[in-house]
Design a protein around this ligand. Structure first.
Ligand code: TYM
Length: 333
């Protein structure tokens, strides 16, 4: 069997990019034969992005509800909250001790912070905490603990998977073959979704469209997507249009072809926005109903996460025992 694992950081409200770029393809993958899927809520990673406890709690609930509303089958999949698995921080330390500092110096997020500081003429590490620095090591522990072969992620995460692979190789070299070397799986058919301003949809750019915004808000956001100033009747370029890109992510191949033709024959931006709204609203509405019910009474989510943690720990606990033994630590059992 092929083990597939991926996580979402619980620091914000799920947006269209998270859904079309990560959740929807992950659920499709979990339905294939011969695949074991591990999908989790990365709430330890969230602490690096926010220091607001209520936001972490709220986001964890929202992201869990999103997976479930989108049709995740928790009988088939290992679905859990990172912080319910004590073996993850434990493994983080074991792999920290073989992770090169030079490797982590090269991590994009850390380097970006350093470059910003240097440009501003302040100390290179000003405002950088060890959470940001260690981010890739925690992520390596997430992946290695469950011997994942394949890690489906967006392009922004590729470096992290390569680091996990590197760290696994170092550990295996020193202590023997314990870890599977993971690989990033980038689905070329899953585009990076643009946000309202045309840049990648991302919490950090404040350009996101929440997946389950009420219809009126969804409509308002869609009508605020930045376009060029071409008048109705003037041909429009689908390939550089965020609006088209978003439409494509929710429409069938045939509908996408028809929209491309409409762009070429000069569809008015208002009309294109209305078509995008109708398309997204009709895909999202049935899920939104389930989502609202799950959020209104979180006991079902809590129960499923509880069961998911037990199922994940049935794998993690014996494996961490093997690793403790390998490095020379006493085993608790
Ligand atoms: P995060 O929470 O930033 O994003 C979750 C997933 O969504 C993808 N994504 C997008 N895809 C398409 N278009 C977009 N605009 C868009 N925005 C986000 C991301 O690429 C990602 O796949 N570090 C990870 C979480 C994590 C993890 C892991 C992932 C923690 N441990 C172990 C895999 C394996 C993160 O912050 O993703």
């Amino acid at each position: 069997v092929q083990r597939v694992l991926t996580g979402i950081t619980t620091s914000g409200t799920p947006h269209l990019g998270n859904y079309a770029g990560a959740i929807r393809p992950a659920i499709a993958a979990s339905q294939r034969a011969g695949v074991e899927s591990f999908y989790f809520l990365a709430d330890y990673h969230a602490l690096i992005k926010t220091t607001d406890p209520l936001r972490v709690q709220r986001s964890t609930l929202e992201i869990a509800a999103t997976w479930l509303a989108a049709g995740l089958d928790t009988e088939r999949v290992w679905f859990y909250r990172q912080s319910d698995i004590p073996e993850i921080p434990e493994l983080t330390w074991l792999v920290t001790c073989v992770a090169g500092k030079g490797l982590l110096n090269r991590a994009h997020a850390y380097k970006a912070a350093v470059d910003r500081n240097l440009a501003e003429g302040v100390d290179a590490d000003a405002g950088v905490n060890m959470g940001l620095y260690m981010y890739p090591v925690l992520m390596a522990a997430d992946i290695l603990l469950f011997k994942a072969h394949s890690v489906p992620v967006g392009r922004d995460q590729i470096q992290h998977i390569e680091m996990a692979r590197d760290i696994a190789g170092s550990f295996n070299h020193i202590y023997g073959e314990h870890f599977v070397l993971p690989e990033a799986a980038i689905d070329a058919s899953v585009a990076t979704l643009p946000g309202l301003d045309g840049r990648k949809m991302s919490k950090s750019y404040d350009n996101t469209i929440p997946l389950f915004a009420p219809p009126a808000e969804l409509k308002k956001l869609i009508f605020s997507i930045v376009t060029d100033s071409k008048a109705p009747g003037e041909p429009k370029d689908a390939d550089t249009s965020a609006l088209f890109e978003l439409y494509r992510a929710f429409a069938s191949a045939e509908e996408t072809r028809a929209m491309r033709a409409a762009f070429e024959s000069g569809i008015a931006w208002g009309e294109a926005k209305q078509a995008l709204f109708d398309k997204i609203e009709s895909s999202v509405a049935p899920m939104r109903e389930k989502y609202d019910a799950l959020i209104a009474d979180p006991t079902q989510i809590e129960r499923l996460l509880h069961e998911g943690a037990a199922k994940a720990r049935a794998i993690a606990t014996p494996f961490i025992g093997e690793l403790r033994h390998a490095v020379g630590l006493r085993n608790l059992a």
